[in-house]
Design a protein around this ligand. Structure first.
Ligand SMILES: Cc1cc2nc3c(=O)[nH]c(=O)nc-3n(C[C@H](O)[C@H](O)[C@H](O)COP(=O)(O)OP(=O)(O)OC[C@H]3O[C@@H](n4cnc5c(N)ncnc54)[C@H](O)[C@@H]3O)c2cc1C
Length: 299
Protein backbone atom coordinates (compact mmCIF):
# COMPACT_ATOMS: atom_id res chain seq x y z
CA UNK A 1 0.00 0.00 0.00
CA UNK A 2 1.54 3.32 -1.10
CA UNK A 3 0.78 6.49 0.82
CA UNK A 4 0.32 8.39 -2.43
CA UNK A 5 0.18 7.35 -6.07
CA UNK A 6 0.92 10.18 -8.49
CA UNK A 7 -0.29 9.72 -12.03
CA UNK A 8 1.73 11.92 -14.39
CA UNK A 9 5.42 12.77 -14.69
CA UNK A 10 5.26 16.36 -15.94
CA UNK A 11 6.22 19.29 -13.68
CA UNK A 12 3.13 18.90 -11.45
CA UNK A 13 3.67 15.21 -10.73
CA UNK A 14 7.45 15.49 -10.39
CA UNK A 15 7.25 18.30 -7.85
CA UNK A 16 4.51 16.52 -5.88
CA UNK A 17 6.81 13.48 -5.69
CA UNK A 18 9.68 15.62 -4.39
CA UNK A 19 7.53 17.24 -1.71
CA UNK A 20 6.20 13.87 -0.53
CA UNK A 21 9.61 12.18 -0.73
CA UNK A 22 11.13 14.86 1.47
CA UNK A 23 8.49 13.98 4.10
CA UNK A 24 9.36 10.25 3.81
CA UNK A 25 5.97 9.24 2.43
CA UNK A 26 5.89 6.17 0.21
CA UNK A 27 5.19 7.44 -3.28
CA UNK A 28 4.72 5.79 -6.63
CA UNK A 29 4.85 8.06 -9.69
CA UNK A 30 3.54 6.55 -12.92
CA UNK A 31 4.36 8.24 -16.23
CA UNK A 32 3.10 7.22 -19.67
CA UNK A 33 5.67 9.51 -21.34
CA UNK A 34 3.38 11.89 -23.23
CA UNK A 35 3.89 15.52 -22.19
CA UNK A 36 1.97 18.63 -23.28
CA UNK A 37 5.24 20.36 -24.19
CA UNK A 38 6.74 17.17 -25.61
CA UNK A 39 7.46 18.85 -28.98
CA UNK A 40 8.94 22.04 -27.55
CA UNK A 41 12.70 22.58 -27.81
CA UNK A 42 12.92 25.34 -25.17
CA UNK A 43 10.60 26.41 -22.38
CA UNK A 44 10.42 29.97 -21.10
CA UNK A 45 8.99 32.11 -18.33
CA UNK A 46 10.46 30.04 -15.49
CA UNK A 47 13.05 31.94 -13.46
CA UNK A 48 16.42 30.08 -13.29
CA UNK A 49 15.16 27.73 -16.03
CA UNK A 50 14.28 30.24 -18.78
CA UNK A 51 15.11 28.63 -22.12
CA UNK A 52 15.75 25.15 -20.70
CA UNK A 53 14.73 22.20 -22.92
CA UNK A 54 11.72 20.54 -21.24
CA UNK A 55 13.34 17.14 -21.72
CA UNK A 56 16.34 18.27 -19.70
CA UNK A 57 14.03 19.62 -17.01
CA UNK A 58 12.34 16.21 -16.68
CA UNK A 59 15.70 14.37 -16.68
CA UNK A 60 17.05 16.62 -13.94
CA UNK A 61 13.85 16.23 -11.90
CA UNK A 62 14.06 12.44 -12.10
CA UNK A 63 17.74 12.54 -11.08
CA UNK A 64 16.80 14.61 -8.04
CA UNK A 65 13.96 12.22 -7.11
CA UNK A 66 16.37 9.26 -7.28
CA UNK A 67 17.97 10.55 -4.07
CA UNK A 68 14.75 9.89 -2.10
CA UNK A 69 14.38 6.29 -0.95
CA UNK A 70 10.61 6.35 -0.54
CA UNK A 71 9.96 7.61 -4.08
CA UNK A 72 9.53 5.12 -6.90
CA UNK A 73 9.14 6.24 -10.51
CA UNK A 74 7.84 3.90 -13.20
CA UNK A 75 7.39 4.49 -16.93
CA UNK A 76 3.99 2.94 -17.07
CA UNK A 77 0.47 4.02 -18.09
CA UNK A 78 -2.45 3.81 -15.70
CA UNK A 79 -5.62 2.33 -17.17
CA UNK A 80 -8.13 2.79 -14.36
CA UNK A 81 -8.45 4.20 -10.85
CA UNK A 82 -11.25 3.10 -8.53
CA UNK A 83 -12.13 3.87 -4.94
CA UNK A 84 -12.63 0.91 -2.61
CA UNK A 85 -13.59 2.01 0.87
CA UNK A 86 -10.68 4.00 2.33
CA UNK A 87 -8.19 3.15 -0.42
CA UNK A 88 -7.73 3.46 -4.17
CA UNK A 89 -7.00 0.69 -6.62
CA UNK A 90 -4.77 1.86 -9.47
CA UNK A 91 -4.60 -0.52 -12.40
CA UNK A 92 -1.82 -0.70 -14.99
CA UNK A 93 -0.97 -3.36 -17.57
CA UNK A 94 1.11 -5.01 -14.81
CA UNK A 95 -1.83 -5.36 -12.41
CA UNK A 96 -3.39 -3.58 -9.43
CA UNK A 97 -1.73 -1.30 -6.88
CA UNK A 98 -3.17 0.06 -3.67
CA UNK A 99 -2.83 3.59 -2.44
CA UNK A 100 -4.21 5.68 0.40
CA UNK A 101 -4.30 8.85 -1.68
CA UNK A 102 -4.03 9.76 -5.35
CA UNK A 103 -2.68 12.86 -7.08
CA UNK A 104 -3.82 13.25 -10.67
CA UNK A 105 -1.28 15.17 -12.76
CA UNK A 106 -2.09 13.86 -16.21
CA UNK A 107 -2.41 17.22 -18.00
CA UNK A 108 -4.58 18.19 -20.93
CA UNK A 109 -4.57 17.75 -24.71
CA UNK A 110 -4.57 20.68 -27.12
CA UNK A 111 -7.20 20.68 -29.85
CA UNK A 112 -5.61 22.29 -32.89
CA UNK A 113 -7.52 23.87 -35.78
CA UNK A 114 -7.68 21.59 -38.81
CA UNK A 115 -5.17 23.56 -40.99
CA UNK A 116 -2.98 20.98 -42.78
CA UNK A 117 0.61 20.99 -41.56
CA UNK A 118 -0.17 22.69 -38.25
CA UNK A 119 0.33 19.63 -36.07
CA UNK A 120 3.81 19.10 -37.59
CA UNK A 121 5.00 22.59 -36.58
CA UNK A 122 3.18 22.65 -33.20
CA UNK A 123 5.64 23.50 -30.42
CA UNK A 124 8.39 24.41 -32.92
CA UNK A 125 6.92 27.32 -34.90
CA UNK A 126 3.29 27.32 -33.71
CA UNK A 127 2.25 27.87 -30.12
CA UNK A 128 -0.70 28.66 -27.87
CA UNK A 129 0.82 30.96 -25.27
CA UNK A 130 2.38 34.41 -25.89
CA UNK A 131 3.87 34.43 -22.38
CA UNK A 132 5.85 31.28 -23.23
CA UNK A 133 6.95 31.96 -26.82
CA UNK A 134 6.14 35.58 -27.75
CA UNK A 135 9.37 37.29 -26.72
CA UNK A 136 11.51 35.12 -29.03
CA UNK A 137 9.63 36.71 -31.97
CA UNK A 138 10.48 40.29 -31.01
CA UNK A 139 10.52 42.59 -34.04
CA UNK A 140 9.36 39.89 -36.45
CA UNK A 141 6.11 39.12 -38.29
CA UNK A 142 3.68 37.20 -36.07
CA UNK A 143 0.53 35.35 -37.12
CA UNK A 144 -2.55 34.47 -35.09
CA UNK A 145 -4.89 31.70 -36.23
CA UNK A 146 -8.08 31.99 -34.20
CA UNK A 147 -11.64 33.19 -34.18
CA UNK A 148 -13.32 35.49 -31.64
CA UNK A 149 -12.84 35.99 -28.74
CA UNK A 150 -9.32 34.48 -28.63
CA UNK A 151 -8.20 36.35 -31.73
CA UNK A 152 -8.44 39.79 -30.14
CA UNK A 153 -6.84 38.62 -26.90
CA UNK A 154 -3.86 36.99 -28.64
CA UNK A 155 -3.39 39.88 -31.08
CA UNK A 156 -3.48 42.47 -28.29
CA UNK A 157 -0.87 40.53 -26.28
CA UNK A 158 1.43 40.12 -29.29
CA UNK A 159 1.09 43.57 -30.92
CA UNK A 160 3.71 45.22 -28.66
CA UNK A 161 6.17 42.37 -29.34
CA UNK A 162 6.03 41.78 -33.10
CA UNK A 163 6.98 44.06 -35.94
CA UNK A 164 3.59 43.18 -37.43
CA UNK A 165 0.67 40.96 -36.43
CA UNK A 166 -1.63 39.31 -38.96
CA UNK A 167 -4.72 37.46 -37.78
CA UNK A 168 -6.18 34.60 -39.81
CA UNK A 169 -9.85 34.33 -38.90
CA UNK A 170 -10.96 31.79 -41.53
CA UNK A 171 -14.16 33.74 -42.17
CA UNK A 172 -15.26 33.83 -38.51
CA UNK A 173 -17.29 36.97 -37.90
CA UNK A 174 -15.29 39.69 -36.13
CA UNK A 175 -17.56 42.31 -34.55
CA UNK A 176 -17.28 45.93 -35.69
CA UNK A 177 -15.89 46.85 -32.25
CA UNK A 178 -13.24 44.11 -32.33
CA UNK A 179 -12.28 45.01 -35.90
CA UNK A 180 -11.82 48.64 -34.79
CA UNK A 181 -9.67 47.54 -31.85
CA UNK A 182 -7.53 45.32 -34.09
CA UNK A 183 -7.16 48.19 -36.55
CA UNK A 184 -6.11 50.49 -33.71
CA UNK A 185 -3.40 47.99 -32.77
CA UNK A 186 -2.14 47.98 -36.37
CA UNK A 187 -3.19 44.33 -36.84
CA UNK A 188 -4.11 43.06 -40.34
CA UNK A 189 -7.11 40.77 -40.71
CA UNK A 190 -7.10 37.95 -43.26
CA UNK A 191 -10.52 36.27 -43.47
CA UNK A 192 -9.69 33.66 -46.18
CA UNK A 193 -9.80 29.93 -45.31
CA UNK A 194 -6.36 28.63 -44.35
CA UNK A 195 -5.30 25.77 -46.62
CA UNK A 196 -2.06 25.02 -44.82
CA UNK A 197 0.46 26.20 -42.23
CA UNK A 198 3.83 24.71 -43.04
CA UNK A 199 7.51 25.19 -42.29
CA UNK A 200 9.44 27.49 -44.67
CA UNK A 201 13.00 27.50 -43.30
CA UNK A 202 12.68 28.91 -39.80
CA UNK A 203 9.33 30.54 -40.63
CA UNK A 204 5.73 29.51 -41.27
CA UNK A 205 4.07 29.74 -44.67
CA UNK A 206 0.34 30.32 -44.27
CA UNK A 207 -1.44 29.27 -47.44
CA UNK A 208 -4.73 31.09 -48.07
CA UNK A 209 -7.61 30.12 -50.33
CA UNK A 210 -7.71 32.54 -53.27
CA UNK A 211 -4.94 34.83 -52.03
CA UNK A 212 -1.13 34.97 -51.85
CA UNK A 213 0.67 33.05 -49.10
CA UNK A 214 1.65 35.01 -46.00
CA UNK A 215 4.92 34.21 -44.22
CA UNK A 216 5.25 34.77 -40.48
CA UNK A 217 8.05 33.99 -38.04
CA UNK A 218 5.68 32.29 -35.61
CA UNK A 219 2.01 31.40 -35.48
CA UNK A 220 -0.15 31.57 -32.35
CA UNK A 221 -3.22 29.39 -32.31
CA UNK A 222 -6.49 29.55 -30.38
CA UNK A 223 -6.87 26.00 -29.07
CA UNK A 224 -10.43 26.16 -27.67
CA UNK A 225 -11.75 24.11 -24.78
CA UNK A 226 -9.23 21.96 -22.96
CA UNK A 227 -9.59 18.19 -23.05
CA UNK A 228 -8.44 15.90 -20.23
CA UNK A 229 -5.55 13.65 -21.37
CA UNK A 230 -6.72 10.78 -19.21
CA UNK A 231 -10.11 9.31 -18.26
CA UNK A 232 -9.66 9.43 -14.47
CA UNK A 233 -11.86 12.48 -13.76
CA UNK A 234 -14.68 10.64 -15.48
CA UNK A 235 -13.91 7.28 -13.86
CA UNK A 236 -13.91 8.84 -10.40
CA UNK A 237 -16.90 11.12 -11.08
CA UNK A 238 -14.97 14.31 -10.26
CA UNK A 239 -16.56 17.74 -10.66
CA UNK A 240 -15.24 19.73 -13.63
CA UNK A 241 -15.14 23.48 -14.27
CA UNK A 242 -16.63 24.93 -17.45
CA UNK A 243 -13.06 25.16 -18.77
CA UNK A 244 -13.01 21.34 -18.99
CA UNK A 245 -10.51 21.14 -16.11
CA UNK A 246 -11.02 19.36 -12.78
CA UNK A 247 -12.44 21.68 -10.11
CA UNK A 248 -9.99 21.97 -7.20
CA UNK A 249 -9.65 24.12 -4.11
CA UNK A 250 -6.48 26.04 -3.31
CA UNK A 251 -4.78 22.87 -2.01
CA UNK A 252 -5.62 20.77 -5.06
CA UNK A 253 -8.47 18.86 -3.39
CA UNK A 254 -11.03 17.57 -5.86
CA UNK A 255 -14.70 16.83 -5.16
CA UNK A 256 -13.72 13.27 -4.07
CA UNK A 257 -11.90 13.06 -0.70
CA UNK A 258 -8.47 11.47 -1.10
CA UNK A 259 -8.10 12.50 -4.75
CA UNK A 260 -6.01 15.57 -5.56
CA UNK A 261 -5.36 17.18 -8.94
CA UNK A 262 -2.43 19.44 -9.90
CA UNK A 263 -1.18 21.07 -13.06
CA UNK A 264 -2.88 21.87 -16.36
CA UNK A 265 -5.74 19.41 -15.80
CA UNK A 266 -6.98 21.32 -12.73
CA UNK A 267 -8.67 24.69 -12.33
CA UNK A 268 -8.89 26.57 -9.02
CA UNK A 269 -12.21 28.35 -8.72
CA UNK A 270 -10.45 31.53 -7.54
CA UNK A 271 -8.84 31.83 -10.99
CA UNK A 272 -10.72 33.08 -14.08
CA UNK A 273 -9.07 30.35 -16.18
CA UNK A 274 -6.73 27.40 -15.69
CA UNK A 275 -3.15 28.62 -15.22
CA UNK A 276 -1.08 26.54 -17.62
CA UNK A 277 2.67 26.86 -17.19
CA UNK A 278 5.52 24.70 -16.00
CA UNK A 279 6.08 26.81 -12.91
CA UNK A 280 2.36 27.01 -12.04
CA UNK A 281 2.05 23.22 -12.51
CA UNK A 282 5.06 22.58 -10.25
CA UNK A 283 3.65 24.97 -7.63
CA UNK A 284 0.29 23.19 -7.73
CA UNK A 285 2.09 19.84 -7.37
CA UNK A 286 3.86 21.13 -4.29
CA UNK A 287 0.59 22.30 -2.72
CA UNK A 288 -1.12 18.99 -3.46
CA UNK A 289 1.87 17.18 -1.94
CA UNK A 290 1.64 19.26 1.24
CA UNK A 291 -2.12 18.69 1.42
CA UNK A 292 -1.57 14.92 1.13
CA UNK A 293 0.96 15.02 3.98
CA UNK A 294 -1.63 16.85 6.11
CA UNK A 295 -4.33 14.31 5.28
CA UNK A 296 -1.98 11.41 6.10
CA UNK A 297 -1.17 13.09 9.44
CA UNK A 298 -4.89 13.32 10.20
CA UNK A 299 -5.20 9.57 9.53
C1 LIG B 1 3.39 24.13 -27.49
C2 LIG B 1 3.49 24.41 -26.01
C3 LIG B 1 4.53 25.15 -25.52
C4 LIG B 1 4.62 25.42 -24.16
N1 LIG B 1 5.65 26.18 -23.71
C5 LIG B 1 5.73 26.50 -22.41
C6 LIG B 1 6.78 27.32 -21.92
O1 LIG B 1 7.65 27.79 -22.68
N2 LIG B 1 6.79 27.64 -20.59
C7 LIG B 1 5.84 27.17 -19.73
O2 LIG B 1 5.90 27.47 -18.54
N3 LIG B 1 4.85 26.38 -20.17
C8 LIG B 1 4.76 26.03 -21.47
N4 LIG B 1 3.75 25.24 -21.92
C9 LIG B 1 2.75 24.72 -20.94
C10 LIG B 1 3.34 23.53 -20.20
O3 LIG B 1 3.77 22.55 -21.12
C11 LIG B 1 2.30 22.94 -19.26
O4 LIG B 1 1.72 23.97 -18.48
C12 LIG B 1 2.93 21.91 -18.33
O5 LIG B 1 3.58 20.90 -19.07
C13 LIG B 1 1.86 21.29 -17.44
O6 LIG B 1 2.43 20.31 -16.65
P1 LIG B 1 1.56 19.08 -16.12
O7 LIG B 1 2.46 18.37 -15.17
O8 LIG B 1 0.24 19.55 -15.65
O9 LIG B 1 1.24 18.19 -17.43
P2 LIG B 1 2.18 17.53 -18.53
O10 LIG B 1 3.51 18.16 -18.55
O11 LIG B 1 1.38 17.52 -19.78
O12 LIG B 1 2.36 16.04 -18.00
C14 LIG B 1 1.29 15.12 -18.01
C15 LIG B 1 1.84 13.79 -17.52
O13 LIG B 1 0.76 12.86 -17.36
C16 LIG B 1 1.16 11.62 -17.94
N5 LIG B 1 -0.02 10.82 -18.22
C17 LIG B 1 -1.12 11.13 -18.96
N6 LIG B 1 -1.99 10.09 -18.95
C18 LIG B 1 -1.41 9.11 -18.21
C19 LIG B 1 -1.79 7.79 -17.84
N7 LIG B 1 -2.94 7.26 -18.26
N8 LIG B 1 -0.96 7.06 -17.06
C20 LIG B 1 0.23 7.59 -16.65
N9 LIG B 1 0.64 8.82 -16.96
C21 LIG B 1 -0.16 9.57 -17.73
C22 LIG B 1 1.97 12.04 -19.15
O14 LIG B 1 2.75 10.98 -19.65
C23 LIG B 1 2.81 13.13 -18.51
O15 LIG B 1 3.85 12.56 -17.76
C24 LIG B 1 3.64 24.93 -23.27
C25 LIG B 1 2.58 24.16 -23.77
C26 LIG B 1 2.50 23.90 -25.12
C27 LIG B 1 1.36 23.08 -25.65
Amino acid sequence: MYDVTIVGGGPAGLQAALTLGRMHKSVLLLDSGSYRNGRVSHMHNFITNDGMPPEKFREQARAELAAYETVEVRDEAVATIAREGERFIVTTADGDLESRLVILATGVRDQLPAAPGLSEIWGELAYGCPFCHGHELTGRAIGVLAGPPAVLHLAALLAPIGDSVTVFTEGAEVSVDDAALLDGLGVSIRPEPVLGATRAGDEVRVELDGADDVTVAGLFVGTGKLVQSAPFAEQLGLDLQESGCIAVDDLGRTSLPGVYAAGDLAHRSAFPMPMASVLAAAAAGQLAGVACVQQLLAH
